[in-house]
Every structure is written in structure tokens, then in C-alpha cells.
Ligand binder design. Structure first.
Ligand SMILES: N[C@@H](CCC(=O)N[C@@H](CS)C(=O)NCC(=O)O)C(=O)O
Length: 230
């Protein structure tokens, strides 16, 4: 039976933007599993599969429902052990958790501040109102005030990626010679920025931009099915 993936979209269902949903999509593709995407708007998230989660991604695989991108990757590796591994074993799972925390705590906050108004503009009216209210409550200021610091923060952001840049001098992927879920974690964050906002997070000559290009090419180039924001 085809796996269902609830995938966050705005008014254009052809431009799914969520970093965590991208992680899940890359994980499914890595395992060679077909998934039917269910376009889901912010206000629909609490109703997914009878309200199993406050967030997407959520997948349904037969009777099994799994929420949270990391839990989905763990589930897929356990349920489909004969297919290519996402973690390369127990140690790989533990280290992917470090990459997930690093991405969440170091990469996500800056991309969120860059893309907030663009993400708002991607929503239809009721979802835009929800997005503005929930995010302005979270940040304690207007979206426009949050993004005002993005130019000033760019060089610090690029410098904060040095651990990734330095790692890529040893190996083409975080997973080594080929990608693992750790790559998709960071990919998801940068793909979110690429789809939501024309703001240039990376210089083209940056080795991270080259690694990101390699990730966009993976699995038949699924990452390129959605064009970069212009
Ligand atoms: N730890 C979760 C985070 C998922 C998450 O934050 N999803 C966001 C979209 S990127 C969401 O569904 N937000 C719902 C909302 O803001 O109402 C994961 O990795 O799946």
C-alpha cells in the first residue's frame, strides 16, 4: 500500500516548503518508497489523521501512523531494513540526533528570520492570518521587524556553518561517500530557505552550496521539482 505523507503547502500546492517535510520526503526517496503527498495547510495540521500531532510531517503506512521527521526516518529504517539505510546503524542514529539539534538550534533560527514575510506571502488568507498571529506571538514583534536584521546577520550565519564546511573537506556528504539522514536534515533547512525566499543564504562558490546542489540532484532530482523562489 502506498505511504501517505502529509506535506505542508501554502496557497500553491506545488510549492511544499516545510523543512521537516522535506527531510521526510528525502528519507522516503532514499528508501525507494513511493509516497502519495497530501497537501496540507497550517490550519489543517491539527486535523491530520484525527489530530495525532500539532505538526507535520505525518505519514500513514498501512495501519501505522508516525509523526515527526526524525521518528519517521527511524520508523522507515526499522520497517524496511532490506532497503538502503538512513542511519548506518545505532551510532549513526545517535550522531544524526546531534546534527538535528545543530540544524534546529543554529541553522533554523536564522533562516526563519530571513523567510518569515515570504512564508507569510505564500499562505492563503486564513492561513496567512494564523501564521502572522502565531509567529508574532512567538517572536514578540511584527514579522517585518524580525526580518529587518537579516542583512546584518548574514555573515555570522555563514560563519556558523563552518563545522559543515570543514567536514565537507573530508567527504562529499555528512554520511560519508554517500548521503544519510543527517544530510537530509541540513538539506531540509536550506531547501526551506530556497523555496520560500529569494534571499541568498549561500554564496555559489561556498562548498556548502556545492553539497546542497549534490543533494538537490539526489533521487532523480526531487529537490529540484520545486523551483527556487525568485
Ligand atoms: N520536530 C518536528 C517539527 C515539525 C514542525 O515544526 N512542523 C511545522 C512545519 S515546518 C508545523 O507543522 N507547524 C504547524 C504550525 O506551526 O501550526 C519534526 O521534525 O517533524
Amino acid at each position: 500500500m502506498t505511504i501517505l505523507l502529509y506535506d505542508l503547502v501554502g496557497h500553491d500546492a506545488g510549492r511544499p516548503f516545510s523543512p521537516h517535510c522535506w527531510k521526510a520526503k528525502m528519507a522516503l526517496a532514499h528508501k525507494g518508497l513511493d509516497a502519495a503527498k497530501v497537501p496540507t495547510r497550517f490550519l489543517e495540521v491539527p486535523k491530520v489523521e484525527g489530530g495525532v500531532s500539532k505538526t507535520v510531517p505525518v505519514i500513514r503506512d498501512g495501519d501505522k501512523i508516525v509523526a515527526d521527521s526524525f521518528a519517521i526516518a527511524l520508523y522507515l529504517d526499522e520497517a524496511y531494513p532490506e532497503r538502503p539505510t538512513l542511519f548506518g546503524g545505532e551510532g549513526g542514529k545517535a550522531m544524526a540526533r546531534f546534527v538535528e539539534r545543530w540544524s534546529q538550534l543554529t541553522i533554523h533560527p536564522y533562516i526563519a528570520t530571513v523567510a518569515l514575510t515570504d512564508l507569510h506571502a505564500m499562505q492563503d488568507e486564513p492561513n496567512a492570518a494564523y501564521f502572522r498571529e502565531s509567529r508574532e506571538q512567538r517572536y514578540g514583534k511584527r514579522l517585518e521587524e524580525v526580518i529587518a536584521g537579516r542583512d546584518a546577520g548574514l555573515s555570522a550565519f555563514r560563519a556558523s556553518l563552518e563545522p559543515l564546511r570543514a567536514t565537507l573537506t573530508y567527504q562529499p556528504f555528512l554520511g560519508g561517500a554517500s548521503p544519510l539522514f543527517a544530510d537530509y536534515i541540513v538539506f531540509g533547512a536550506l531547501q526551506w530557505g530556497r523555496i520560500a525566499s529569494p534571499f541568498r543564504l549561500l554564496d555559489d562558490t561556498d562548498s556548502i552550496a556545492q553539497w546542497f546542489g549534490r543533494c538537490l540532484d539526489l533521487h532523480g532530482g526531487i529537490g529540484r521539482e520545486v523551483e527556487a523562489a525568485a
